[in-house]
Design a binder for this molecule. Structure first.
Ligand SMILES: [Mg+2]
Length: 334
């Protein structure tokens, strides 16, 4: 099989601020394997860039073989050859699944034995800004039924209050490890006044004792995202959280995401599927397995001013997959 790639500059509608960083343009890599398409969404937090992705893609070229149905062995060989570089592996995994679906003439969800209907709605992320601007952004995005508010900064109680003033919808928060344990407990108690559904990554994921303390002292679910990459990481967080956030770019693609879902279910963990800043290619790939989880945060493409692709359709927060073979993603006609 023939692998090629090109980078895409994804422009954010608004600069996207979280507790540790701001993004204005995100450079992702589109991966093509024969007629299959995938996307690598590297994250600087995990020491990945478009350059490290390209390096890994070059190393992968000789491992692909010529049978698009040998996905398991191709990916396991790649894992032996390349350490980390999960977003590059996700790009390859997504392209191989798209290719297999196209060759068989079936949408990806059918390959996985799913019916393609997604009963959940996705949250829409409100990045860190002034409380006034966050209120305005919430009002602008009034069609959503769940908002995910980025917190983990000094005045975040005011920020959540402002979002609450703009909507009666569900609010979940993500601190991106911006708090310390005692601070998190105090902050979460205050945020409860605004009726929050769960808290993602309150503190440093390596501070297991801190996490245990937070979980013990608050009664909203705690979801782990940072440093929870693949199924092998799940045991490290047992007992210190209520759920996990799976992202294709963190775990290496759809195949590993499915494995994580099964491992998490076996441990009675809540499961969320999230995303990086990414185009409709990766978002659609995640949507194909979205019916298996409890919470969706698949809005990476909605935050873009220039998504080059169309795939899963969105209406009032609900995601609708087509019955096209493979991912069902096309270049956007301009
Ligand atoms: Mg997160």
């Amino acid at each position: 099989m023939n692998l090629s790639y090109h980078t895409i500059d994804l422009e954010l509608e608004h600069p996207f601020r979280i507790s540790r960083s701001v993004t204005k343009i995100k450079k992702n890599v589109i991966v093509n394997i024969d007629e299959g398409i995938g996307e690598a969404a590297p994250s600087a937090y995990y020491n990945e860039t478009s350059d490290t992705v390209i390096e890994s893609l070059e190393k992968s070229k000789d491992e692909l073989g010529d049978d698009p149905f040998q996905i398991e062995s191709v990916l396991s060989n790649l894992n032996k050859k390349i350490r980390g570089s999960f977003s590059a592996k996700a790009g390859i995994d997504i392209a191989l699944h798209d290719l297999a679906g196209k060759r068989l003439g079936v949408p990806l969800y059918k390959l996985f034995g799913l019916n393609g209907k997604i009963p959940l709605v996705t949250s829409y992320t409100i990045g860190i800004d002034t409380p006034e601007k966050m209120k305005e952004k919430t009002r602008e995005a009034k069609d959503f039924l769940i908002y995910k508010v980025k917190v983990g900064v000094e005045n975040d109680t005011e920020m959540v209050k402002a979002v609450r003033e703009a909507t009666d919808a569900k609010i979940r928060v993500d601190a991106n490890a911006g708090w310390a344990a005692d601070e998190a407990i105090e902050r979460i108690h205050r945020l409860k006044e605004y009726d929050i559904e769960f808290v993602e990554q309150p503190i440093d994921p390596e501070d297991k004792e801190g996490l245990r303390k937070v979980k013990k002292n608050v009664d909203v679910p705690i979801i782990i995202d940072e440093h929870l990459m693949t199924s092998k990481d799940i045991p490290k967080f047992l007992g210190v959280c209520d759920g996990i956030n799976i992202k294709l770019a963190k775990c290496g693609g759809v195949r590993e995401a499915l494995r994580m879902i099964h491992v998490a279910r076996a441990h009675n963990l809540l499961i969320m599927i999230g995303c990086m800043i990414e185009s409709s290619v990766s978002i659609t790939a995640a949507a194909h397995i979205a019916s298996l989880v409890d919470f969706l945060d698949l809005d990476g493409n909605l935050l873009l001013a220039n998504d080059p692709y169309v795939g899963v359709k969105l209406e009032k927060g609900k995601l609708y997959l087509s019955d096209l073979p493979g991912l069902g993603v096309m270049p956007k006609e301009v």
